[in-house]
Write a protein that binds this ligand. Structure first.
Ligand code: ADP
Ligand code: MG
Length: 292
């Protein structure tokens, strides 16, 4: 496209809340064959809440929550923030952790009141040989409704599972339908477990799901699609999405997401409305045909 056509195109996009970093991005948009969407914070709002708490016999629910919140206080993960917010809402006394370590793609490990506290997914429990079978029915129930099970272990033993659920962005399903109507293949790429991921995918009309992906693997998954001939637009909001956003043929960040994701992207959807992807592609097609 000519520089003038690109200026007009990016100007129109900006009016729609779609910030395009340059002419290359606008030209690239029309070549996209595959759109890969992160789940949490991209298809969903990214502000999950604790919606259930299942405890092992003999454990006090408030105490469990207080330990979990103490462990998550230093966490920047939305699941951790949900647990801290929930404990605060219940006016629980949350101790300061004596030590704390975030384990990307897994959860947190902390020491609170002299006790070892683990909060995270099944892989984190496996790493520490924590047997989770006592609550497997409850855990399955959480995932079956689209919630993320967050395990809590005290001193190496399972103490409970919190169900943490995020709500979909109202326009997500519509955006997916519009992308598919353009003939694009739509994928979900998430670090969350397969069951939860597939329930959410079904709700928005996505049939291709890559779940249980560790943060450092996201970019490789995008590259694998590219090796199979796909021209990929990756859409994400998190720090852990940044390498995949940079790897994709077109990186699209959610404007309310992290600065790191925005910096790694070619396009930013200011208000987070995913239908902006459709607008950007349509605009790209028009901008390019205008100058032919
Ligand atoms: P995503 O944001 O796509 O879910 P992450 O790689 O950040 O991917 O996390 C993968 C999974 O690890 C989460 O779904 C969750 O089960 C677990 N997890 C990560 N961080 C935390 C945390 N701070 N507290 C609890 N669970 C966590
Ligand atoms: Mg995310």
């Amino acid at each position: 496209a000519t520089p003038t056509a690109i200026m007009v195109g990016t100007g129109k996009a900006a009016e729609l809340g779609i910030l395009i970093s340059g002419g290359d991005a606008l030209e690239q948009a029309r070549r996209i064959t595959t759109v890969v969407l992160d789940k949490t914070g991209t298809l969903t709002r990214g502000r999950p809440d604790v919606t259930a708490l299942h405890i092992v016999d003999g454990v006090d629910a408030d105490q469990l929550l207080a330990y979990a919140a103490a462990a998550e206080t230093g966490s920047e993960h939305p699941l951790g923030e949900a647990i801290v917010r929930h404990a605060r809402a219940r006016d629980l006394a949350v101790a300061a952790a004596e030590s704390f370590e975030a384990v990307p793609g897994h959860g947190v490990e902390a020491r609170v009141d002299g006790r070892a506290v683990l909060v995270g997914n099944a892989a984190l429990m496996r790493r520490h040989d924590v047997d989770v079978t006592a609550l497997s029915d409850r855990t399955a129930g959480v995932a079956a409704t689209g919630g993320t099970p967050v395990y809590v272990a005290l001193d190496g033993r399972l103490a409970g599972v919190a169900g943490v659920a995020d709500t979909l962005r109202p326009e997500s399903a519509d955006a997916v339908a519009q992308l598919r109507a353009l003939g694009l293949q739509v994928w979900m790429l998430t670090g969350d477990n397969r069951v939860t991921a597939e329930v959410v995918a079904r709700e928005v009309g996505i049939t291709h799901v890559i779940a249980d992906v560790r943060p450092e693997e996201k970019a490789a998954r995008v590259a694998a699609l590219q090796e199979r001939g796909a021209v990929v637009a990756m859409v994400g909001d998190g720090i852990n999405d940044a390498p995949a956003l940079a790897r994709a043929d077109l990186g699209i960040a959610i404007g309310t997401g992290t600065d790191v994701a925005i910096a790694a992207s070619d396009i930013t959807l200011v208000g987070g409305d995913l239908r902006g992807i459709v607008s950007a592609i349509a605009l790209s097609r028009r901008t390019v045909t205008t100058i032919k």
